[in-house]
Ligand binder design. Sequence first.
Ligand SMILES: [Zn+2]
Length: 399
Amino acid sequence: MLLAQTEDGRIISLVKVKNKVELEELKKNENFICPVCKEKVILKTGTKRIWHFAHAHNTNCGQEFERESDYHLQGKIKLYEWFQNQGFHVELEKYIPEIKQRPDLFFQWKNKTYAIEYQCSKIDLQLLKKRTALYLQNHITPIWIAGRTRLKKVSHLSIKLSTFDLSMANFLHHQPLLIYYCPITNLFTILSNLFPFSSTTFTASTEIVPACKINFSQLFQWKQGRNFECKESWLSLKQRFRTNTHLYLSTCYKRFFYENGCPISLLPGEAGIPVKSMIWMQTEAILWQGWILVKFIIPSRRGETISFHTIFHRFKEEVRKGFFVIRQLPFIKDSHYSFAILEYLQKLEKLGVLKRTGSMTLFQKETEIIIPQNVENACQLDRDVWKRLNNLEKYRKDK
Ligand SMILES: [Zn+2]
């Protein structure tokens, strides 16, 4: 930690110490205690690590603070300075006794209170959720900034995000935004337009911005592109899924689709298209959408009614049985996984497969869906579906 108290109650913050001489002076003349547990802490002024305070004895207090890496300490200091340079009255490691929390940074902005948690290591997911909930209950908006070292880009196509990392997403307009910061390069990396292809594989728009070129308000109000920007990545992931990845799926999916006359690799191009609220679905998009097609759309006759409520009801049963998995996202408000299902039906409506019948949730089958003959044909159909959707959206914008 970077903050301690002197015996006469003054707070000493190491970010305000100018040089080594001043530091040694402090060390010689003062005894320090932890502002939270009041136990003795030692000022560490070695050359190997960043200057910091550490509890003198083993303690339960601020265990996380005790384990902070240099990368973390440096990031915290730089972020502190970044806020200060923008004129924020920012407090470092402020202890909030009501909720027994000590966020890395704390400040007020436009009548709102913010806690910044700079998270470099993995902590218990329940702890992260509990902490976020405590802040929110106390009308503090938590903002999680992850250490850049947490970001693992697997390929040019996609990134891997664990449930833990996703829990650090800041939800703006129901859409997740992940913010990473690296104190060594002084760069922010912002991930937006996150679409889950599978449980841990996502496509995303990645933007890298030097800290000096962006301020907090711009960062927090990051304008996300409204259109899906990762077309090529998504189509390549689909191709890979059809040729290879599907082989590693659980047998329950293989059996279901096989028994319904449509092997997974040959699901129609309409299976697995990005929809806005699909972040809720942990199960592969191709599978949950394929299930809707195979179970409800393909067997229906033209003109037959297709009801969102019927599909949702059956879907819920499959979730209960564990066939589909829903992500736990306790901090998204005013959204639900059923939104993804309705949005999918609306996409099918746009594609001309369905037609709406007055009500928002009742559709009629309009055209037959093409079942691919082979994988090559399926990949071509994936592209066709994409093109049709894109043209329709362009047309709507032009109007
Ligand atoms: Zn303590």
